[in-house]
Design a protein around this ligand. Sequence first.
Ligand code: PHB
Length: 395
Amino acid sequence: MNTQNIFFRFIFIILFSVYSSSISYSKDIIKIGTLLPYSGVYTVLGEEITNAMSLAFDEIGNKINGNTIEIIKGDTEVKPNIALQKSRKLISSDKVDILVGPVSSSVALALRDIVVQTKTPLIIPNAGANVLTDEKCSKFITRISFSNYQINAPMGSWLANQGIKTAFLLAPNYAAGKEMMNAFKEKFTEAGGAILGEEYTPFRKTKDFGPYLARVKESGADAVYVFYAGGEAINFIKQAHSFGLSKVMKLTGAGWTTSPLFLPAQKDAAIGFIGSLNYVPSIDTEANKIFINSYKSKFGRIPSEFAVQGYDSGKVIIEAIKSLSGDVTNKDNLAEAIRTVSINGPRGPLTIDKKTNNVIQNIYIFEVIAGEKGPELKVLDTIKAVKAPGKKCNI
Ligand code: PHB
Protein backbone atom coordinates (compact mmCIF):
# COMPACT_ATOMS: atom_id res chain seq x y z
CA MET A 1 0.00 0.00 0.00
CA ASN A 2 1.50 3.32 -0.97
CA THR A 3 1.63 6.31 1.40
CA GLN A 4 -1.15 8.09 -0.42
CA ASN A 5 -3.48 5.13 0.10
CA ILE A 6 -2.64 4.88 3.77
CA PHE A 7 -3.30 8.60 4.12
CA PHE A 8 -6.76 8.36 2.48
CA ARG A 9 -7.68 5.32 4.59
CA PHE A 10 -6.66 7.19 7.71
CA ILE A 11 -8.80 10.23 6.75
CA PHE A 12 -11.75 7.96 5.92
CA ILE A 13 -11.58 6.22 9.33
CA ILE A 14 -11.48 9.56 11.15
CA LEU A 15 -14.41 11.02 9.16
CA PHE A 16 -16.44 7.84 9.61
CA SER A 17 -15.94 7.72 13.36
CA VAL A 18 -16.88 11.42 13.74
CA TYR A 19 -19.96 10.82 11.57
CA SER A 20 -21.10 7.69 13.43
CA SER A 21 -20.60 9.26 16.86
CA SER A 22 -22.62 12.28 15.77
CA ILE A 23 -25.38 9.92 14.60
CA SER A 24 -25.49 8.07 17.90
CA TYR A 25 -25.61 11.38 19.81
CA SER A 26 -28.19 13.05 17.65
CA LYS A 27 -30.62 10.14 17.84
CA ASP A 28 -30.40 10.06 21.66
CA ILE A 29 -33.07 12.28 23.13
CA ILE A 30 -33.69 12.63 26.83
CA LYS A 31 -37.41 13.08 27.28
CA ILE A 32 -38.66 15.10 30.23
CA GLY A 33 -42.43 14.97 30.67
CA THR A 34 -44.10 17.70 32.71
CA LEU A 35 -47.32 17.19 34.61
CA LEU A 36 -48.08 20.78 35.49
CA PRO A 37 -51.06 23.13 35.29
CA TYR A 38 -51.14 25.13 32.05
CA SER A 39 -54.81 25.94 32.61
CA GLY A 40 -56.95 26.46 35.73
CA VAL A 41 -56.33 28.19 39.06
CA TYR A 42 -52.57 27.36 39.25
CA THR A 43 -51.66 28.17 35.59
CA VAL A 44 -49.10 30.86 36.46
CA LEU A 45 -47.36 28.44 38.83
CA GLY A 46 -47.04 25.77 36.13
CA GLU A 47 -45.71 28.29 33.62
CA GLU A 48 -43.20 29.73 36.08
CA ILE A 49 -41.84 26.25 36.93
CA THR A 50 -41.58 25.28 33.24
CA ASN A 51 -39.89 28.58 32.27
CA ALA A 52 -37.25 28.24 34.96
CA MET A 53 -36.57 24.57 34.23
CA SER A 54 -36.08 25.48 30.54
CA LEU A 55 -33.67 28.21 31.62
CA ALA A 56 -31.50 25.60 33.39
CA PHE A 57 -31.48 23.50 30.19
CA ASP A 58 -30.79 26.53 27.96
CA GLU A 59 -27.70 27.29 30.03
CA ILE A 60 -26.13 24.01 28.91
CA GLY A 61 -27.28 24.29 25.29
CA ASN A 62 -30.12 21.80 25.87
CA LYS A 63 -27.76 18.84 25.76
CA ILE A 64 -26.47 16.48 28.44
CA ASN A 65 -23.51 14.29 27.46
CA GLY A 66 -24.40 14.96 23.83
CA ASN A 67 -28.05 13.91 24.27
CA THR A 68 -30.69 16.49 23.37
CA ILE A 69 -33.21 17.38 26.06
CA GLU A 70 -36.83 17.40 24.91
CA ILE A 71 -39.62 18.70 27.14
CA ILE A 72 -43.05 17.17 26.53
CA LYS A 73 -45.75 19.10 28.34
CA GLY A 74 -48.78 17.56 30.05
CA ASP A 75 -51.46 19.96 31.32
CA THR A 76 -52.96 18.62 34.57
CA GLU A 77 -55.59 21.41 34.66
CA VAL A 78 -55.20 20.99 38.49
CA LYS A 79 -57.49 17.93 38.20
CA PRO A 80 -56.34 14.52 39.54
CA ASN A 81 -58.20 12.43 36.91
CA ILE A 82 -56.90 14.53 34.00
CA ALA A 83 -53.36 14.35 35.39
CA LEU A 84 -53.58 10.56 35.61
CA GLN A 85 -54.69 10.34 31.94
CA LYS A 86 -51.83 12.61 30.88
CA SER A 87 -49.33 10.57 32.90
CA ARG A 88 -50.39 7.39 31.07
CA LYS A 89 -49.76 9.08 27.74
CA LEU A 90 -46.37 10.47 28.78
CA ILE A 91 -45.22 7.16 30.25
CA SER A 92 -46.62 4.67 27.70
CA SER A 93 -46.73 6.54 24.37
CA ASP A 94 -44.07 9.23 24.71
CA LYS A 95 -41.85 6.98 26.83
CA VAL A 96 -40.46 9.84 28.89
CA ASP A 97 -37.33 9.22 30.95
CA ILE A 98 -38.29 11.49 33.84
CA LEU A 99 -41.49 13.21 34.95
CA VAL A 100 -41.54 16.65 36.57
CA GLY A 101 -44.69 17.66 38.46
CA PRO A 102 -47.21 18.38 39.83
CA VAL A 103 -48.20 21.62 41.57
CA SER A 104 -51.23 20.42 43.52
CA SER A 105 -51.13 17.94 46.42
CA SER A 106 -54.34 16.18 45.28
CA VAL A 107 -52.87 15.65 41.83
CA ALA A 108 -49.63 14.32 43.38
CA LEU A 109 -51.59 11.78 45.44
CA ALA A 110 -53.35 10.57 42.28
CA LEU A 111 -50.04 10.12 40.40
CA ARG A 112 -48.18 8.28 43.15
CA ASP A 113 -48.96 4.66 42.23
CA ILE A 114 -48.45 4.92 38.46
CA VAL A 115 -44.94 6.38 38.77
CA VAL A 116 -43.92 3.80 41.37
CA GLN A 117 -45.39 0.86 39.42
CA THR A 118 -43.81 1.93 36.12
CA LYS A 119 -40.55 2.94 37.88
CA THR A 120 -40.70 6.37 36.22
CA PRO A 121 -38.59 8.78 38.29
CA LEU A 122 -40.76 11.72 39.40
CA ILE A 123 -39.25 15.01 40.52
CA ILE A 124 -41.80 17.07 42.46
CA PRO A 125 -41.20 20.78 41.83
CA ASN A 126 -44.07 21.96 44.06
CA ALA A 127 -46.86 19.72 45.46
CA GLY A 128 -46.38 19.40 49.22
CA ALA A 129 -48.58 16.36 50.15
CA ASN A 130 -46.86 15.06 53.31
CA VAL A 131 -47.43 11.32 52.74
CA LEU A 132 -45.36 11.28 49.53
CA THR A 133 -42.20 11.61 51.62
CA ASP A 134 -43.70 9.68 54.54
CA GLU A 135 -45.84 6.52 54.47
CA LYS A 136 -46.22 6.66 50.66
CA CYS A 137 -42.59 7.49 49.93
CA SER A 138 -40.63 5.75 47.18
CA LYS A 139 -37.15 5.93 45.76
CA PHE A 140 -38.81 6.92 42.45
CA ILE A 141 -40.26 10.10 44.00
CA THR A 142 -37.87 12.93 44.88
CA ARG A 143 -39.27 16.20 46.19
CA ILE A 144 -37.10 19.25 45.72
CA SER A 145 -39.84 21.75 46.72
CA PHE A 146 -41.16 21.26 50.29
CA SER A 147 -43.60 19.23 52.31
CA ASN A 148 -46.70 21.08 53.51
CA TYR A 149 -45.59 20.41 57.09
CA GLN A 150 -42.07 21.75 56.48
CA ILE A 151 -43.26 25.26 55.53
CA ASN A 152 -46.16 25.65 57.98
CA ALA A 153 -45.04 24.00 61.24
CA PRO A 154 -42.27 26.59 61.85
CA MET A 155 -44.87 29.38 61.61
CA GLY A 156 -46.92 27.83 64.46
CA SER A 157 -44.11 28.09 66.99
CA TRP A 158 -42.79 31.39 65.61
CA LEU A 159 -46.09 33.31 65.76
CA ALA A 160 -46.89 31.95 69.24
CA ASN A 161 -43.46 33.13 70.42
CA GLN A 162 -44.21 36.59 68.97
CA GLY A 163 -47.16 36.93 71.33
CA ILE A 164 -49.99 35.88 68.98
CA LYS A 165 -52.32 33.97 71.33
CA THR A 166 -55.31 33.14 69.16
CA ALA A 167 -55.75 32.40 65.45
CA PHE A 168 -58.45 31.65 62.89
CA LEU A 169 -57.54 29.26 60.03
CA LEU A 170 -58.64 29.70 56.40
CA ALA A 171 -57.58 27.59 53.40
CA PRO A 172 -58.91 25.87 50.26
CA ASN A 173 -60.75 22.64 50.91
CA TYR A 174 -58.29 20.05 49.58
CA ALA A 175 -55.30 18.02 50.77
CA ALA A 176 -52.76 20.88 50.82
CA GLY A 177 -55.07 23.33 52.62
CA LYS A 178 -55.86 20.78 55.33
CA GLU A 179 -52.26 19.61 55.81
CA MET A 180 -50.91 23.13 56.06
CA MET A 181 -53.49 24.20 58.64
CA ASN A 182 -52.89 21.00 60.66
CA ALA A 183 -49.12 21.57 60.71
CA PHE A 184 -49.59 25.15 61.87
CA LYS A 185 -52.21 24.12 64.44
CA GLU A 186 -49.96 21.40 65.94
CA LYS A 187 -47.05 23.73 66.64
CA PHE A 188 -49.17 26.79 67.54
CA THR A 189 -51.17 24.93 70.19
CA GLU A 190 -48.05 23.13 71.46
CA ALA A 191 -46.57 26.59 72.12
CA GLY A 192 -49.71 27.66 74.05
CA GLY A 193 -51.79 29.27 71.24
CA ALA A 194 -55.52 28.60 70.75
CA ILE A 195 -57.45 28.13 67.48
CA LEU A 196 -60.75 30.05 67.58
CA GLY A 197 -62.18 28.62 64.35
CA GLU A 198 -61.37 27.25 60.90
CA GLU A 199 -63.03 27.36 57.48
CA TYR A 200 -62.21 25.53 54.26
CA THR A 201 -63.30 27.29 51.05
CA PRO A 202 -64.40 25.29 47.95
CA PHE A 203 -61.17 24.77 45.97
CA ARG A 204 -60.97 26.23 42.43
CA LYS A 205 -64.51 27.61 42.86
CA THR A 206 -64.35 30.38 45.48
CA LYS A 207 -64.30 33.88 44.01
CA ASP A 208 -66.05 35.78 46.78
CA PHE A 209 -64.32 35.53 50.16
CA GLY A 210 -66.76 38.05 51.75
CA PRO A 211 -68.74 35.59 53.95
CA TYR A 212 -65.51 33.97 55.21
CA LEU A 213 -63.87 37.30 55.96
CA ALA A 214 -66.92 38.25 58.04
CA ARG A 215 -66.60 35.06 60.13
CA VAL A 216 -62.84 35.54 60.55
CA LYS A 217 -63.44 39.07 61.84
CA GLU A 218 -66.25 38.00 64.18
CA SER A 219 -63.93 35.43 65.82
CA GLY A 220 -61.93 38.27 67.38
CA ALA A 221 -58.68 36.29 66.92
CA ASP A 222 -55.26 37.98 67.15
CA ALA A 223 -54.37 36.64 63.69
CA VAL A 224 -55.82 34.90 60.67
CA TYR A 225 -53.56 32.11 59.34
CA VAL A 226 -54.24 31.35 55.66
CA PHE A 227 -52.98 29.48 52.63
CA TYR A 228 -53.89 30.45 49.10
CA ALA A 229 -52.03 30.39 45.77
CA GLY A 230 -52.61 31.46 42.15
CA GLY A 231 -55.83 33.31 41.35
CA GLU A 232 -57.22 32.50 44.82
CA ALA A 233 -54.26 34.24 46.55
CA ILE A 234 -54.74 37.37 44.45
CA ASN A 235 -58.48 37.52 45.12
CA PHE A 236 -58.16 36.76 48.82
CA ILE A 237 -55.50 39.40 49.54
CA LYS A 238 -57.35 42.10 47.58
CA GLN A 239 -60.68 41.33 49.25
CA ALA A 240 -59.18 41.10 52.76
CA HIS A 241 -57.67 44.55 52.13
CA SER A 242 -60.96 46.13 50.95
CA PHE A 243 -62.68 44.52 53.93
CA GLY A 244 -60.16 46.16 56.29
CA LEU A 245 -59.19 42.88 58.01
CA SER A 246 -55.66 44.04 58.83
CA LYS A 247 -57.13 46.84 60.96
CA VAL A 248 -58.49 44.29 63.44
CA MET A 249 -56.00 41.39 63.27
CA LYS A 250 -52.62 40.30 61.90
CA LEU A 251 -52.67 38.71 58.41
CA THR A 252 -50.38 35.67 58.46
CA GLY A 253 -50.01 32.39 56.59
CA ALA A 254 -48.16 30.10 54.24
CA GLY A 255 -45.93 32.45 52.25
CA TRP A 256 -47.21 31.57 48.78
CA THR A 257 -50.26 33.69 49.63
CA THR A 258 -48.08 36.75 48.90
CA SER A 259 -45.57 35.15 46.53
CA PRO A 260 -43.46 37.53 44.39
CA LEU A 261 -45.41 35.93 41.53
CA PHE A 262 -48.68 37.41 42.81
CA LEU A 263 -47.42 40.67 44.39
CA PRO A 264 -47.59 42.67 41.11
CA ALA A 265 -51.36 41.99 41.06
CA GLN A 266 -51.90 42.32 44.82
CA LYS A 267 -49.87 45.54 45.12
CA ASP A 268 -50.11 47.41 48.44
CA ALA A 269 -52.98 45.18 49.62
CA ALA A 270 -50.30 42.61 50.57
CA ILE A 271 -48.32 44.94 52.85
CA GLY A 272 -48.09 43.73 56.44
CA PHE A 273 -48.65 40.02 55.65
CA ILE A 274 -46.32 37.68 57.57
CA GLY A 275 -45.50 34.34 55.94
CA SER A 276 -42.90 31.60 55.47
CA LEU A 277 -41.24 30.27 52.31
CA ASN A 278 -38.25 28.21 51.15
CA TYR A 279 -36.94 31.06 48.96
CA VAL A 280 -37.02 34.84 49.00
CA PRO A 281 -35.46 36.97 46.24
CA SER A 282 -33.32 38.91 48.77
CA ILE A 283 -31.07 35.90 49.59
CA ASP A 284 -27.60 37.44 49.42
CA THR A 285 -25.50 34.85 47.56
CA GLU A 286 -23.62 34.86 44.28
CA ALA A 287 -25.69 31.92 42.97
CA ASN A 288 -28.93 33.80 43.69
CA LYS A 289 -27.75 37.03 42.07
CA ILE A 290 -26.71 35.21 38.89
CA PHE A 291 -30.04 33.37 38.78
CA ILE A 292 -32.10 36.52 39.31
CA ASN A 293 -30.21 38.33 36.54
CA SER A 294 -30.61 35.58 33.98
CA TYR A 295 -34.29 35.06 34.90
CA LYS A 296 -34.94 38.79 34.64
CA SER A 297 -33.20 39.14 31.30
CA LYS A 298 -35.19 36.25 29.83
CA PHE A 299 -38.62 36.79 31.41
CA GLY A 300 -38.57 40.47 32.39
CA ARG A 301 -39.34 40.08 36.10
CA ILE A 302 -37.86 38.73 39.31
CA PRO A 303 -38.25 35.00 39.92
CA SER A 304 -40.46 33.52 42.62
CA GLU A 305 -39.98 30.41 44.77
CA PHE A 306 -41.86 28.47 42.06
CA ALA A 307 -39.18 29.52 39.55
CA VAL A 308 -36.43 28.36 41.90
CA GLN A 309 -38.15 25.00 42.31
CA GLY A 310 -38.35 24.63 38.52
CA TYR A 311 -34.75 25.74 38.02
CA ASP A 312 -33.49 23.36 40.71
CA SER A 313 -35.49 20.51 39.11
CA GLY A 314 -33.61 21.21 35.88
CA LYS A 315 -30.26 21.32 37.70
CA VAL A 316 -30.97 18.05 39.53
CA ILE A 317 -31.86 16.37 36.21
CA ILE A 318 -28.65 17.64 34.59
CA GLU A 319 -26.38 16.57 37.45
CA ALA A 320 -28.05 13.16 37.85
CA ILE A 321 -27.80 12.32 34.15
CA LYS A 322 -24.20 13.56 33.96
CA SER A 323 -23.30 11.28 36.87
CA LEU A 324 -24.57 8.37 34.72
CA SER A 325 -22.53 9.60 31.71
CA GLY A 326 -25.79 10.24 29.88
CA ASP A 327 -27.16 6.69 30.20
CA VAL A 328 -30.78 6.87 31.39
CA THR A 329 -31.78 3.35 30.38
CA ASN A 330 -31.75 1.81 33.86
CA LYS A 331 -34.59 3.40 35.87
CA ASP A 332 -33.30 2.16 39.24
CA ASN A 333 -29.93 3.77 38.60
CA LEU A 334 -31.60 6.96 37.38
CA ALA A 335 -33.78 7.21 40.52
CA GLU A 336 -30.72 6.61 42.69
CA ALA A 337 -28.71 9.27 40.81
CA ILE A 338 -31.50 11.84 41.25
CA ARG A 339 -31.74 11.40 44.99
CA THR A 340 -27.98 11.56 45.40
CA VAL A 341 -27.57 15.00 43.78
CA SER A 342 -26.64 17.97 45.92
CA ILE A 343 -26.42 21.43 44.39
CA ASN A 344 -25.73 24.96 45.45
CA GLY A 345 -28.60 26.91 43.92
CA PRO A 346 -30.42 30.23 44.37
CA ARG A 347 -31.94 29.17 47.71
CA GLY A 348 -28.60 27.97 49.09
CA PRO A 349 -27.26 24.43 49.47
CA LEU A 350 -29.83 21.84 48.43
CA THR A 351 -29.58 18.28 49.69
CA ILE A 352 -32.07 15.45 49.61
CA ASP A 353 -32.85 13.66 52.87
CA LYS A 354 -31.75 10.08 52.09
CA LYS A 355 -34.37 8.65 54.43
CA THR A 356 -37.40 10.36 52.85
CA ASN A 357 -36.29 11.86 49.48
CA ASN A 358 -37.56 15.26 50.65
CA VAL A 359 -35.36 18.35 50.35
CA ILE A 360 -33.63 19.74 53.46
CA GLN A 361 -33.62 23.54 53.34
CA ASN A 362 -33.84 26.85 55.17
CA ILE A 363 -37.26 28.33 55.86
CA TYR A 364 -37.53 32.12 55.71
CA ILE A 365 -40.11 34.00 57.77
CA PHE A 366 -40.86 37.33 56.12
CA GLU A 367 -43.06 40.39 56.21
CA VAL A 368 -44.34 42.13 53.09
CA ILE A 369 -43.08 45.70 53.20
CA ALA A 370 -43.34 48.68 50.82
CA GLY A 371 -40.12 48.65 48.77
CA GLU A 372 -38.85 51.21 46.29
CA LYS A 373 -40.32 49.35 43.32
CA GLY A 374 -43.44 48.02 45.03
CA PRO A 375 -44.10 45.49 47.78
CA GLU A 376 -41.26 43.10 48.68
CA LEU A 377 -40.47 40.35 51.18
CA LYS A 378 -38.31 41.40 54.16
CA VAL A 379 -36.77 38.46 56.04
CA LEU A 380 -37.57 38.54 59.77
CA ASP A 381 -36.05 35.19 60.68
CA THR A 382 -34.31 32.21 59.08
CA ILE A 383 -34.86 28.68 60.36
CA LYS A 384 -31.93 26.61 59.19
CA ALA A 385 -31.87 23.17 57.58
CA VAL A 386 -35.51 22.20 58.18
CA LYS A 387 -36.39 18.55 57.42
CA ALA A 388 -39.78 16.98 56.79
CA PRO A 389 -40.40 14.45 59.59
CA GLY A 390 -41.32 11.42 57.41
CA LYS A 391 -41.31 9.01 60.37
CA LYS A 392 -43.01 6.21 58.42
CA CYS A 393 -40.56 6.30 55.51
CA ASN A 394 -37.20 4.59 55.24
CA ILE A 395 -35.92 4.44 51.71
C1 PHB B 1 -50.13 22.00 46.95
O1 PHB B 1 -51.23 21.68 46.50
O2 PHB B 1 -49.39 21.18 47.51
C2 PHB B 1 -49.67 23.42 46.83
C3 PHB B 1 -50.18 24.24 45.82
C4 PHB B 1 -49.75 25.54 45.72
C5 PHB B 1 -48.81 26.04 46.60
C6 PHB B 1 -48.28 25.23 47.59
C7 PHB B 1 -48.71 23.90 47.72
O3 PHB B 1 -48.39 27.30 46.49
